[in-house]
Design a binder for this molecule. Sequence first.
Ligand code: ADP
Ligand code: MG
Length: 233
Amino acid sequence: MTQRKIIDRARSEGRNLLTEIEAKELLKQAGVNVIDTRLAVSREEAISISRELGFPVVLKIASPDIVHKSDAGGVKLGLKTAQQVGKAYDAILSAVRKQYPQAKIQGVSVQKMARPGVEVIIGMSKDAQFGPVLMFGLGGIMVEILKDVSFRIVPLAPRDAREMVKEIKGYPLLEGYRGQEPVDVTNLEKLILKVSSFIEKHPEVAEMDLNPVFAYSDGAVAVDARVILERVN
Ligand code: ADP
Ligand code: MG
């Protein structure tokens, strides 16, 4: 589906939150490396997709009404067998139905478990004065507790992307520490610039984040994406 169609379909259904699968599809078309993610509408389909992708896999709730999938009991990581996938499918649906009885559930998304990397976050929000602003930071506690993030106004020039990566306090973690391989920072800068140009082309996007992106010594991959559209009256 084209970017336009994905957005129009969400709007025609009266929703502002795109699903993880839709958000990743938009980003993929914008040249961002996202982990291949498919929708399963039954337990059996979740198992057959897992076999196609190859184990270990991750299952996540696919619902346009759920913003934080883990909080809803909607994420199961590192599933190694068909049996584990089947159990995870049932567990996700029952946890989410219990917590959010009203939520419309499309099914469950299936993706490969990404190899470990440094988790980073790229976010966009709109400032009343400056318009769209990009945020960059390291995933997990670095952003949530330490607020170690940098901001730049969209559109970004290559130099902005370079600076915003370098100026976070956690930058040494990207350079490699305690024998860990350094992250391909140039690739991260390119990723930030792709997100910037995506946002420039899509003023109808109110808010988005790639959280997390796994950064490696040889590239990066977004394993989760969230896109919220502007309301239309
Ligand atoms: P949400 O942010 O809606 O709770 P995520 O999709 O971000 O859900 O999943 C929660 C966490 O699970 C992520 O922060 C990441 O650490 C891990 N995770 C998600 N998808 C993958 C994946 N494909 N491979 C490895 N880890 C993943
Ligand atoms: Mg996430």
